[in-house]
Structure formats: structure tokens, C-alpha cells
Design a protein around this ligand. Structure first.
Ligand SMILES: Cc1cc2nc3c(=O)[nH]c(=O)nc-3n(C[C@H](O)[C@H](O)[C@H](O)COP(=O)(O)OP(=O)(O)OC[C@H]3O[C@@H](n4cnc5c(N)ncnc54)[C@H](O)[C@@H]3O)c2cc1C
Length: 351
């Protein structure tokens, strides 16, 4: 590396001032945000991560993660995220545990506000994740990690040989119930109405599976157990009859809510609020990229979120380089950005 490039690199790693303009600001500190930070900082981009108040993201509220590659014996969610954070810091990313409350993506550099400060950047990666919707039962949060879950792919394995319940009436609930039949002896599918919203084909598969018992018109009033789930207090909403369903696991499958409120009217999103991307990871606003659960209603896994964080950082790097924002001497991979070089007007800037 030449002297000029080294000097630029040293400058990039200086402690930040709020008025500085970053190459990239990453919003969110789950697997997507931290992976984006690792790639962006390692590509010598001046990188700020506005981590949010829940630093580390969703995996901070789980215990064992057994399906993240590289950990043959599994790893605790918070330990995994501490490692992600340390790796992002190692390459010089600046991390601040602040929530972004407002953004202006109408002009470059983009401006982002937290309660304390405003920050500016040439490119932004949105990695704000999605939150599972919960039922709001009195003991639901207390028994998370102890039998209450919102992710069968993540936690189904722990219910081998046990009896579990799934709550919901859409395709996700059907998928979760079917998936759980690989492990559980019996899966109870509870729905408070007398018909499912799910597609016909998914309903058929559920009805044809001998391990699944469907309970229509059934509301869950609470989840029972001291140290782990021992049952559910359920109510037949037609007859008013109450009983206990003895299960060791409760999977809540009533949907997820992407954390995208602050982007409404600015970034394109679907009816639920998942961000739409057009060219690779780029949103409708050139220079603003999305990664992880915030644009992925389908996979919702740590490894896919991390993979998207990598893609978004490479996309941001190439986009900046193509616009001449980054000194080619310090860009790790200065290949042409190709299609993403489209002029702003072709892609449509958010209101
Ligand atoms: C209980 C549980 C167990 C799970 N177990 C597994 C598992 O075993 N294996 C697996 O692969 N996946 C698992 N998952 C799924 C996995 O956690 C997610 O797919 C993954 O965390 C998504 O990563 P992400 O970076 O997209 O978003 P998240 O992890 O949701 O992170 C989003 C980040 O954005 C921040 N943020 C949100 N809004 C703002 C804002 N306005 N300003 C600044 N920051 C903001 C949050 O603070 C957070 O840091 C589990 C999920 C849960 C809930």
C-alpha cells in the first residue's frame, strides 16, 4: 500500500466526530449489521455502526445456537454476537449503541438522527431486523428460552421426543407445525378462528399429517410452568370451556414485524413492512442498502442475515467506488459496480 493510501487509512480509523461524513453508516447490530461492518471496515471504508438499543440483535435473547457454521459444539447467542462485535471493532468500525429516530435520504450525504446527534454518510446499510410478534400472555416472556419460541428452525431440535403446540393460522404456522413433526411426538396447532388463513396446499399437508392435531376456536390464555413449559391454559372461544393442554413447548407463529417505521414513505416496502431491494441489496434509494431480516421474510436465520450483511457491504463499497467517493488505492475490491451505476432518476428516490 502506498503512503497516500496508508495516510487515508489512518485517517479513517481516527476517533469520529459527529459532524464527520462517513463512507458508510450501518443501522443495526445483529448478524447482518456486524457482518456488514466487518466487510466495510476491512475494505477501509470509514464505517459507523448505530447499533440500536438492543446491541447484538435477536440472538442476544436466545441461549444455544447450534446451526451457525463454525461452532461444532454450538455457541451461546450472546457469546456469538460478542465475537461479531469484537471482529467489527478489530477492523476499525466505530460502534455506538444508539437508535436512529429519523433519516433524510433525499440528498447526499445522507443524514441520520439519534436522540443525541445527527450523522452523515455517503452510503447507508439498513440492518434493523424484524421482531417476532408475541401473544402477550402473562408468562410468555418469562418462559422464553425455557420452552417458548418463535422459531421452529432454530429451536425445534430441542423438542425431540416432546409434545409441543404451535399458535397461528397462516402459512408460517403450518410450516412451523410440519417442521416440528420431525422432532416432536405430537404437535398441537391452535387457532382462535374456525378457518385457517394459510394456503390450501399447506392446510392439506397439515391435515394429512398424523402427528398434527388441529384445535380450532382455541385461544391460549397463558403458558404454564416454573422453570420450563409444562402446559398451556387454553379456552374454547365457542363453548367457553377452559382446560390445560400438557405440552413442553410453545411456538408462536403469528408473524414478524420488520423494524422499518422510520423508513415509511422513504424506502419501498411490502404491505407488512419488509424492505424491497432491487439491484442486489440496493433499495429504491441509490446508496441505501438493506440486509438481514429487515428484507427477508423467508429465511430469518443468523447465517443468511450475516451473508446479506456481507453482500450489502460489498455492494456499498462498489457503489461508492463507482461514484468516485472512495480512493481506488484503498479499496479492497475496486471492480466496477456494473448495473448499480444507474442514475438516481432511473431508480427513483424516496419521498
Ligand atoms: C429467540 C430466538 C432464537 C433464535 N435462534 C436462532 C438460531 O438458533 N439460529 C439462527 O440462525 N437464527 C436464530 N434466530 C434468528 C436470528 O436471530 C435472526 O435471523 C437474526 O438475528 C437476524 O439478524 P439481523 O441482523 O437481520 O437482525 P437482528 O438480529 O434483529 O438485529 C437488528 C438490529 O437492529 C437494531 N435496530 C432496530 N431498529 C433500530 C434503529 N431504529 N436504530 C438503530 N438500530 C436499530 C436492533 O437494536 C438490533 O441490533 C433466533 C431468533 C430468536 C428471536
Amino acid at each position: 500500500m502506498g503512503e497516500a493510501a496508508q495516510a487515508k487509512l489512518d485517517g479513517q480509523r481516527k476517533a469520529p466526530a459527529a459532524q464527520d461524513i462517513y463512507d458508510v453508516i450501518i443501522i443495526g447490530s445483529g448478524p447482518a449489521g456486524y457482518t456488514a461492518a466487518i466487510y466495510a471496515a476491512r475494505a477501509n471504508l470509514r464505517t459507523l455502526v448505530l447499533q440500536g438499543e438492543e446491541t447484538g440483535g435477536q440472538l442476544m435473547i436466545t441461549s444455544e445456537v447450534e446451526n451457525y457454521p463454525g461452532f461444532a459444539e454450538g455457541v451461546l447467542g450472546p457469546d456469538l454476537m460478542d465475537t461479531f462485535e469484537a471482529q467489527a471493532k478489530r477492523f476499525g468500525a466505530t460502534l455506538l449503541p444508539r437508535n436512529v429516530t429519523k433519516v433524510d435520504f433525499s440528498a447526499q450525504p445522507f443524514t441520520l438522527w439519534t436522540d443525541e446527534e445527527s450523522y452523515r454518510a455517503q452510503a447507508v446499510i439498513v440492518a434493523t431486523g424484524a421482531s417476532a410478534k408475541w401473544l402477550g400472555l402473562p408468562n410468555e416472556q418469562r418462559l422464553q428460552k425455557r420452552g417458548v419460541s418463535a422459531c421452529a428452525t432454530c429451536d425445534g431440535f430441542f423438542f425431540r421426543g416432546k409434545e409441543v403446540a404451535v399458535v397461528g393460522g397462516g402459512d408460517t404456522a403450518m410450516e412451523e407445525a410440519l417442521f416440528l413433526t420431525r422432532y416432536a411426538t405430537q404437535v398441537h396447532l391452535l387457532h382462535r378462528r374456525d378457518t385457517f388463513r394459510a394456503s390450501k396446499i399447506m392446510q392439506e399437508r397439515v391435515r394429512n399429517n398424523p402427528k398434527i392435531t388441529i384445535h380450532y376456536n382455541t385461544a391460549v390464555e397463558d403458558v404454564l410452568g416454573e422453570d420450563s413449559v409444562t402446559g398451556l391454559a387454553i379456552l374454547d372461544v365457542v363453548t367457553g370451556e377452559r382446560q390445560t393442554l400438557p405440552v413442553q413447548g410453545l411456538f408462536v407463529a403469528i408473524g414478524h414485524q420488520p423494524n422499518t417505521d422510520i423508513f415509511k414513505g422513504i424506502l419501498d416496502m411490502d404491505a407488512i413492512g419488509y424492505l424491497r431491494t432491487y439491484k442486489h441489496t440496493m433499495t429504491n434509494v441509490p446508496g441505501v442498502f438493506a440486509a438481514g431480516d429487515v428484507d427477508d421474510a423467508r429465511y430469518r436465520q443468523a447465517v443468511t442475515a450475516a451473508g446479506e450483511g456481507c453482500r450489502a457491504a460489498i455492494d456499498a463499497e462498489r457503489w461508492l467506488e463507482a461514484r468516485g467517493e472512495v480512493d481506488p488505492a484503498v479499496v479492497s475490491d475496486p471492480r466496477d459496480y456494473g448495473e448499480l451505476h444507474a442514475p438516481t432518476s432511473e431508480i427513483g428516490v424516496g419521498a
